[in-house]
Write a protein that binds this ligand. Structure first.
Ligand code: ARG
Length: 231
């Protein structure tokens, strides 16, 4: 392991909002950060010869933390968007995603994005899901700190629907949510996740992209993918 003082990237400070399984979450027993993103950034760190230090923060705090230099990268299922690209650099895309709608089991009036006009919609604060919700005519949008909180409010009847990333909704349905909730309709968007970095550190972007390429070539990326998503 390189010493912490051996150079700029000897320690890679990673920020994430860890209530986004299977991309980032805290293991119940060990309290360790687990998930696809966490395995990926640890593998990238290893490839770069850097020690990965993960810290948790609100999703809407990640870009400000990059801008302030408090973290080196944000790895948090973050969609590469035009608006974010004005503020931060992104790595090459590493995962293809999109948004879907989740409703309470038995709700037969909402069958997809087309039925959300005038509805109460929950989403995680600062996300593309919240942004899309705000575009829907007459919708009352409530933003929650985490997706699980939005799902809880759905169960309680406080919102009619939740807009959130499909792979996270899939995982939620599989693990816990399927008694109370169901995912409806086709994905609204095609989104790419990227690793976000400060615009000041262009050298880091090159290193991260190189490591990502190497992990794709040597089969490590596929291993991590299969661990969390199957073949
Ligand atoms: N992909 C969405 C976005 O970029 C949601 C990401 C939320 N990530 C998280 N770790 N909570 O806005």
């Amino acid at each position: 392991k390189p010493a912490a003082n051996e150079g700029k990237t000897a320690v890679l400070k990673v920020g994430t909002e860890p209530s986004f399984a299977p991309f980032e979450f805290q293991d119940e027993k060990s309290k360790d950060y687990a998930g696809f993103d966490m395995d990926l950034i640890r593998a990238i760190g290893k490839q770069m010869g850097a020690e990965v230090e993960i810290q948790s923060m609100g999703f809407d705090g990640l870009i400000p933390a990059l801008e302030a230099g408090n973290i080196d990268v944000a790895v948090s299922g973050m969609t590469i968007t035009e608006e974010r690209t004005q503020k931060v650099n992104f790595s090459k895309p590493y995962y293809k995603s999109g948004l879907t709608v989740v409703v309470k089991t038995g709700n037969s009036s909402i069958k997809g994005f087309g039925d959300l006009e005038g509805k109460k919609i929950g989403a995680q604060i600062g996300t593309t899901g919240a942004e899309e919700a705000k575009k829907i005519k007459n919708a009352q949008v409530r933003e929650f700190n985490t997706p699980p909180e939005a799902f809880m409010e759905l169960k309680a009847g406080g919102v009619d629907a939740v807009i959130n990333d499909k792979p996270v909704n899939d995982y939620f349905m599989k693990e816990t949510g399927s008694k109370d909730a169901q995912q409806v309709g086709e994905p609204l968007t095609a989104e790419d996740y990227g690793i976000a970095m400060s615009k000041k550190n262009t050298e880091l972007a090159d290193k991260i992209n190189k490591a990502l390429d190497e992990l794709k070539q040597n089969g490590e990326y596929d291993k991590i993918y299969e661990k969390w998503f199957g073949k």
